[in-house]
Design a protein around this ligand. Structure first.
Ligand SMILES: *Cc1c(COP(=O)(O)O)cnc(C)c1O
Length: 377
């Protein structure tokens, strides 16, 4: 059996977030067991996807759902589905001539919603049409961007983007007037649980979630929820067919793992997660205040991307310690590595959510060693 150490891979203590770059999240033993059981049978994948989608739809209070190998794949399939619908002649055209040859291929995005994940829309053949600016967006800008080439509006959910963008409800209303599907990227927008049904109930054709982030499913999994009509178009492009959506292939093990993780997460007491985070933050804060008196430590709210989770912010003056990027680098070069969120030039955030109880002191010790070492030089 190959093991991380044999490859020279160090363990990472994750005080950052469910970042793909650090392995997403850790799966519960029930999820691993479901994956192992799934690995023992051959099954008809069309049947499995249908049954698993129906289960995921019921769990998330949606009309339909589809399981894929990542949130990004969910965006790819959503874009393809929006450009062709379930019209097989358009799908055939896209397959023969390339999706760039489709007449309806513009996807409207707020400029403030441009994210590092959106190149996948271009991969699907879409042209991104921007509205608004970094500070504000008006209704008329959305209306003016809509024309006969518009395939969809892509809306990136998140409290952190609320101010410069039109509200989701407003976008949904305008889209409905023009019968244009709205694709919601909610990949990391959990909790709250309601986000699994809120966007689709308010009119989105589809909402896309990462399976390997908060849901704590397999890292290579993604969940799409939405209307039956839209999901029919998604399925027409998707795995197991040999079409563009083949790249979104999800294995039987990931399907069963994701479903199990979703069930567990929906039963999870997310208020208890917040209380646990607050307890850890208070413990970290008081030990750091004692051991690193020149570092200011305060509880912050909300968490990354506007998520309803507290985190601890550490700040210091340029006279006391070096820049946050250098502290970050020293923390990351330890064994085990400790990863944190660099907030600005002289502050970092610590998120206790993914740090095991057994590693809580290790985080404080690593910080003290790194700060003291850096301060002395
Ligand atoms: C993580 C993320 C994605 C991509 O999801 P993956 O499952 O990592 O492919 C897309 N959009 C946003 C906002 C994300 O945070």
């Amino acid at each position: 059996m190959v093991d991380y150490r044999e490859l020279g891979i160090r363990r990472v203590v994750n005080a950052h977030n469910t970042l793909t770059a650090y392995g997403g999240s850790l799966m519960a033993s029930e999820v691993l067991e479901a994956m192992e059981n799934a690995s023992r049978w051959f099954v008809d994948m069309h049947q499995l996807l249908e049954a698993a989608s129906a289960r995921a739809a019921r769990l998330t209070r949606n009309e339909d759902a589809f399981l894929v190998n990542s949130g990004s794949s969910g965006l790819l399939l959503s874009t393809l589905a929006a450009m062709t619908g379930d019209d097989m002649s358009l799908i055939a055209r896209a397959l023969e001539q390339g999706p760039q040859q489709l007449a309806r291929r513009e996807v409207i995005m707020h400029r403030c919603h441009r994210i590092p994940y959106d190149p996948v829309l271009r991969l699907a053949g879409a042209e991104i049409v921007e509205i608004g600016n970094a500070i504000q967006t008006f209704d008329w800008e959305l209306r003016a961007a809509i024309n006969e080439r518009t395939a969809a509006i892509m809306y990136v959910a998140g409290e952190h983007l609320r101010l410069p963008a039109l509200s989701f409800e407003r976008v949904s209303e305008i889209a409905a007037e023009h019968r244009i599907p709205v694709i919601v990227d909610a990949a990391a927008q959990l909790p709250p649980k309601e986000n699994l049904w809120r966007f689709t109930q308010a009119g989105a054709a589809v909402a896309v979630f990462s399976g390997g982030k908060e849901i704590r499913g397999p890292q290579a999994s993604g969940l799409m929820v939405g209307s039956r009509k839209f999901m029919d178009a998604v399925r027409a492009h998707a795995f197991p067919w040999q079409r563009y959506g083949r790249v979104a292939k999800i294995g039987k093990e990931e399907i069963m793992g994701l479903l199990t993780a979703l069930e567990l997460w929906l039963e999870r007491d997310t208020d208890a997660d917040v209380r646990r985070a607050d307890t850890v933050i208070e413990e970290w804060r008081s030990s750091l205040l004692q051991r690193l008196p020149r570092v200011e430590a305060v509880r912050d709210w909300p968490g990354e991307a506007g998520r309803p989770m507290p985190r601890l912010r550490l700040s210091w003056t340029p006279e006391t310690y070096p820049e946050a990027s250098s502290i970050d680098e020293s923390l990351r070069s330890r064994d085990p590595a400790v990863v944190v969120f660099v907030a600005d030039s002289h502050s970092i955030w610590l998120n206790p959510e993914l740090v095991d109880d057994a590693d809580l002191d290790l985080v404080v010790d690593a910080l003290v060693t790194v700060f003291e070492g850096a301060g002395a030089s």
